[in-house]
Design a protein around this ligand. Sequence first.
Ligand SMILES: Cc1ncc(COP(=O)(O)O)c(C=O)c1O
Length: 489
Amino acid sequence: MIDESRVLPPGIAADVVLSEVRQLRAGDRPTHGGQLFAYVYDPAVPGLDELAAAAHRESAHVNGLDPTAFPSLLAMENALVGTAGRVLGAGPGTTAPDVVGSVTSGGTESLILAVKTARDAHPEIDAPRIVVPSTAHAAFAKAAHYLRVALDVVPVSPDTLRPDPSAMAAAIRPETVLVACSAPSYAHGVVDPVAEIAAAAAAAGVRCHVDACFGGWTLPYLRRLGEPVPAFDFTVPGVTSISVDLHKYAYAPKGVSVLLHRDAQLRAPQYFAYADWPGYTMINPVIASTRSGGPIAAAYATLRHLGDDGYLRLAEATRDAVAGLADAVRAIDGLRLMAEPESTVVCFTATEGGPDLFVLVDELTARGWHTQPQLSYAGLPASVHLTVTASVAPRVAEFGPALADAVAAARTAGPVALPPKLVALATSLTPDALTPELVAGLAGGLGLGAGDATPDRMAVVNTLLDAAPPALRERLLVEFVGLLQRPTW
Ligand SMILES: Cc1ncc(COP(=O)(O)O)c(C=O)c1O
């Protein structure tokens, strides 16, 4: 008999549920195997996934809300902070012996907290501001938006892809609470002139945050391998905080970043404390209150297992993979590197008469290589981004021929020809004029309708977005994603 009061389907066997999850996962891009150059960080170390999963399981139900109730989590968190500090030039016997920090859920949370901490250190400033280079991660803009802090963006040189330190210095105002820079930047993988920027910030009495979320774990190892990595960490005077994501190049499963401050006094405004209600007094160092111990334990296990020798080996494999991929790009007529690789990114663009990059990205996808297109921005051309991890090393020799083949196919196909009406719309429409109906029509025309999977060929969508100014790109994509995010009843 059917129970009419039932709101959910009846429970099903564990193995059936798991096979459901696996079936859903089959449609995803491959997280392992060295062919996905964004979103995932795969060291290809046998047994590491199993170890991290086991550690996650041990602590999944532990709550980081109260460190006195679960000392295991506090111990692991302190160990992660200490290890991150050591990697970044801090700890006993260094010039930054008093570094403290917290584990957050990811780079974005670390950056939001770095901005919040800087803002709350200056309650006397009514309209706080932060200074960032234009290549700073979008999470700074998100932080500024969430926290009502104004964002002063300093353009980067189209040649070096770095900001001029004197322009960063000139952007500092009396209301500036934080100056930030990247080591390295996500888009191009270049390290900003941290020492000069930190010196300018210090001279103005302003905090300086180094966003080392992306490659901060690898740079010190690359330096030890002989690469010319400039000082970017706590050895640099004036650097007051650094973020580094363990779920990136520390190869921990997702959900773990570390935010470090040079000393406890600098960290103090990061805490949120509230006793003015009848429940428990809430003391939160990070944005979340209840926090699963799972990701922290998984990261702890990953770091302990890989150790210094493991990370050095992985950095070496990654460095060799980067060199091989960069050579493959250099060998192609019509492509050029945006910057000589200095970390773990290969980023290239097309030269005059070169292939259409968005078509090329689709051709690479069709050959099993998943790269990330980057739209043109403020005088910088559209480009293709490759985040390179250790798992790419054994596949490098296959990439060159695939790239050559994909370029030939992209040249044959030619660039995407958008209907002139669509181009006119993309270039003239203001975000406010975008009605849901217009977006739905556009999405339908581009094969992005509700309930559809994302299409294999994205060149048309990328070409349209590339023609649109950033504010319109934002609106269009918000609407598109809104179309995808519909409940299954
Ligand atoms: C330099 C940099 N900062 C911050 C972030 C944000 O990290 P998350 O995606 O973990 O929030 C990223 C992500 O790629 C990054 O590359």
